[in-house]
Design a protein around this ligand. Sequence first.
Ligand code: P5A
Length: 399
Amino acid sequence: MLRAGMIRKVAAGIYTYLPLGLRVIRKVEQIVRDEMNRTGAQELLMPMVQPSELWLESGRWGKYGKELLRFKDRGEREFCLGPTHEELITDLVRAEVKSYRHLPQILYQIQTKFRDEIRPRFGLMRGREFLMKDAYSFDRDEESARISYDKMGRAYHRIFERCGLEFKPVEAESGVIGGSFSQEFMVLAETGEDRLVACHSCDYAANVEKVKEGSSCPRGHGLLTTHRGIEVGHIFMLGTKYSEAMKAVIQDQNGKEVCPVMGCYGIGVSRTAAAAIEQNHDKKGIIWPLPLAPYQVQVIPVNNQSERVMITSELIYGTLSNLGMEVLIDDRSERPGVKFNDADLIGIPYQIIIGEKNMAEGLVELKERRNGKIKKVTTDEVIDLVKKLVLPPSKPTES
Ligand code: P5A
């Protein structure tokens, strides 16, 4: 991402998203937002700065350790930078929701988190400041909470599928977040920091923190094999851990006061962008899956001095843009080799290469980044071809 001009380092684990990188982040966010909204979850935005009082109530002010970055304001009041928002959301819901009739509720945000990780590593993969989608569900009882949890699990499947990633849900440990059980969503990649085991004969899979390697599948007799992955999402059944500690209560059907049953659901938005690269690259650079690509098509005029090349390039660029595609044109006065290498490095899925020799025969080249295959076609044909490759077949557009 550094080489491709997607991000710049500001301090350990803290990065600026450059224009290309930000476009990828926005793509991930949009898919996440769309699928969250589709489940009926509602978006809100909580502050990054959180008062210590709420963390004292949950008991985590003492338990969270050094990853929680704490500081004081001018009045000597203690605060932290939010690494997660269970305390804030529970505080909100206890003030606003009084009856089982107002449940279930699922609320989410896409927000900058801060965790003072000991070893920030691999750019956006393990940052100190990073973007997370965090959702929280509140239900009247366990049965209903399970429905919310499963609904989120299905939304996660759709999200990572729509991102064009190969992934696996695995059973996991719930760590400092807590709760009764949890599942992680792993993007499979050899460079992944996490290790998981998956069964050969059923869909059982777990983080190695959860099961011993070499053991047999707890659901049958299948063999377990080890894979490497990147944890891009984690969903938790929290139970009443936070609602009890923070005394959030609602009235149930019989007028009795009960603690709502909670779940929480995270997606590493910035990490997902980085994981997509770990899964999709070659030695020349990135090979973006189309849904996450910063642009869908890159137009490359080979020689900026040629008027004919430039006119055709601008024409193709304009036509594709007007059709609703996201198109980048490399109009720098660089040598052809530099342009070709940079195009492969930034990894936009389709390249249209416009050179003088081909132009003389009315032809341009369409190159697919993933397999390097090049087709020589006329300028009209290239529009049609790219349209078919990039634009979804006409069905109701996604909201
Ligand atoms: C779930 C939402 C939580 O924080 N509370 C609110 C729960 N879960 S989690 O597993 O700790 O984090 C959710 C996802 O955030 C990503 N993530 C990170 N991304 C980049 N850098 C980090 N240092 C980092 N830490 C966590 C992961 O994708 C994780 O699944």
